[in-house]
Design a protein around this ligand. Structure first.
Ligand SMILES: [Zn+2]
Length: 382
């Protein structure tokens, strides 16, 4: 079937602000038929200083404009105008809100309880009927949320409102220095294996619920939580395929690479019949999916200068030396180094891009196959 090129509409969505005389808005690009299924939602730079996704979004929009779309694709190419504006003494602070609202990618609205109370007695044997029923309950739960009480809460509320009922949600981020990697729920593997392969990702980190309510999980976790809650009544599929895509490191902003990443995403959409075209050949997967509980975090017990011994992409074993932390003020320079070893083996997925750390700061992350005791408490490093 050949479809005409998709209709492309650009909307400005005005956001609530906290201060007199300020105005914030989101630019939203919509492709395809409003309200049609499947619905795909893609956003970039929720952590506003993570630039690679902005350029990927540009190439996505450029390519989707000429494509035939079945369903609806929503692209919000710069989804955090509050964070974009946070320049302090020439430094862009994009991960945390300067008003004290915390990490921008945390505490998105929780729709689970609101949906669950509306689903009692309504789940039956037909999984597709259940998808419709659950979406309606999530919609009712979203509509019943209390009004957001701050600019950042209003931003989270608005982004969530565009995404929670999507069939697929792609949240484009980057790490500090890293190989490409993704985060998703256990239930979404191997559904996301094709996108993982197309993006050339070197790690795919799975968990049932990492905690902290990041954007992707706020959209996807309700599905398997409600499925477990109503298992005796009937099957509820994981009908929102949401993932956080870490597009390498902060400085890895390259026009050709960004276009290749955009084509990888569009390739996954072609494979799902959402964008017309010839499905791309799948390159081999470069990683196995590993549990988020197997992510070894190398945290510095002291402050000082990082002297790395290993690079991103290296395979390392538990106990390997990753870096020395150097204290240049040490009276005895032979005692100036604190060696940092990894508690677990795997691929060195990400490194701190600054070379001076505080005590307790994350220096490197290694994605490994075995759950680590050190991850019993918090799964996401804030
Ligand atoms: Zn991020």
């Amino acid at each position: 079937m050949s479809l005409p090129p998709s209709h492309h509409r650009v909307e400005e969505v005005t956001l609530l602000t906290d201060r007199l005389g300020t105005r914030r808005s989101l630019t939203v690009h919509r492709f395809g038929t409003p309200g049609a299924r499947p619905k795909i939602y893609i956003q970039a730079a929720l952590h506003a200083d993570e630039t690679p996704g902005l350029l990927v979004a540009h190439h996505l929009i450029r390519r989707l404009r000429g494509a035939a779309v079945s369903g609806e694709i929503i692209v919000v190419p710069m989804c955090n105008p509050t964070g974009i504006g946070q320049i302090v003494e020439g430094v862009h602070v994009g991960r945390y809100a300067l008003d004290g609202s915390g990490n921008f990618n945390r505490i998105f609205p929780d729709l689970i309880e609101g949906a669950a109370e509306r689903l009692v007695g309504k789940i039956g044997p037909d999984p597709q009927a259940n998808v419709q029923t659950v979406r309606a309950a999530l919609r009712a739960a979203y509509d019943a949320l209390p009004p957001p009480d701050s600019e950042v809460a209003a931003l989270r509320h608005t982004l969530m409102g565009m995404a929670f009922d999507a069939d697929m949600v792609l949240d484009l981020h980057c790490d500090q220095e890293s190989v490409p990697h993704l985060y998703a729920g256990d239930a979404l593997w191997p559904e996301l294996a094709d996108l993982t392969a197309l993006l050339g990702a070197k790690a795919m980190l799975l968990s049932p619920d990492a905690g902290g309510k990041p954007f992707d999980e706020a959209c996807s976790v309700p599905w398997w939580t409600l499925a477990a809650r109503f298992a005796a009544d009937g099957p509820i599929p994981a009908a929102c395929v949401a993932t956080t895509i870490e597009l390498r490191g902060k400085a890895d902003v390259d026009d050709a690479q960004a276009d290749a990443d955009a084509q990888a995403i569009i390739g996954a959409l072609i494979r799902r019949g959402i964008v017309a075209g010839t499905p791309p050949d799948l390159p081999p997967l470069l990683c196995a999916a590993t549990p988020l509980t197997g992510l070894a975090r190398v945290v510095s017990p002291v402050s000082g200068v990082i002297a790395f011994h290993r690079a991103v992409g290296d395979q390392v074993a538990a106990g390997d030396l990753i870096a020395d932390i150097v204290d240049p003020t040490a009276a005895d320079p032979d005692q100036a180094r604190t060696p940092l070893r990894t508690p677990g083996g795997g691929i060195l997925m990400a490194r701190n891009n600054l070379r001076f750390v505080s005590r307790g700061e994350l220096v490197a992350s290694i994605a490994g196959p075995e759950p680590l005791e050190s991850n019993r408490h918090a799964l996401l490093f804030d």
